[in-house]
Design a protein around this ligand. Structure first.
Ligand code: NI
Length: 168
């Protein structure tokens, strides 16, 4: 188990465009394992490679239904709208209300390079959108409707659908 350092806002890495992952080798598998370990240790529901300083299109997500590894993911269809709270492991202590699609269809590769497609809804869809944004140097603060106050972070927010705190 290797925990990697999560870079925070202000680090240029978070603002760069990530390169396609071309090799599906042991190095990628180590990165995926380290990213999952790092995400779980930090109590997050998602983590993108640039957050650990690697500019590759690699993401891990676990919204409570098991670990999902995505290599070179793309959203090929999105629909609906959800408005809820969002946080990010690279912006500790902050949360905002962010509007996202409620449903997305994703095409990605697995750790062996095999293509697959899946559909995600609600929190899972939110996590997918958030993590894929990271691969293009986009952070939720670029899209947020409004930032929450420290009191709101502790309590309930009227427009908060999920009523759960999660950092991605
Ligand atoms: Ni994030």
């Amino acid at each position: 188990m290797a925990i990697r350092k999560i870079v925070t806002l202000g680090d240029d890495t978070l603002r760069k465009n990530c390169k396609k992952q071309e090799k599906f080798d042991l190095r990628l598998w180590t990165l995926l394992k380290d990213m999952a370990d790092t995400m779980y240790k930090a109590d997050g529901v998602g983590l993108a490679a640039p957050q650990v300083g690697i500019l590759r299109r690699v993401v891990v997500i676990d919204v409570g239904d098991g670990l999902v590894e995505l290599v070179n993911p793309e959203i090929i269809e999105s629909s609906g709208k959800q408005c809820g709270r969002e946080g990010c492991l690279s912006l500790p202590g902050r949360q905002a209300i962010v509007t996202r699609p409620n449903h997305v269809t994703v095409r990605a590769q697995d750790r062996r390079g095999r293509f697959f497609e899946f559909e995600a809804e609600e929190l899972f869809a939110r996590a997918v959108c958030h993590e894929l944004d990271h691969l293009d140097g986009v952070l939720y603060i670029d899209r947020m409707d409004r930032e929450l106050t420290p009191e709101e972070i502790e309590g309930h927010v009227p427009e908060d659908d999920a009523e759960e705190e999660h950092a991605e």
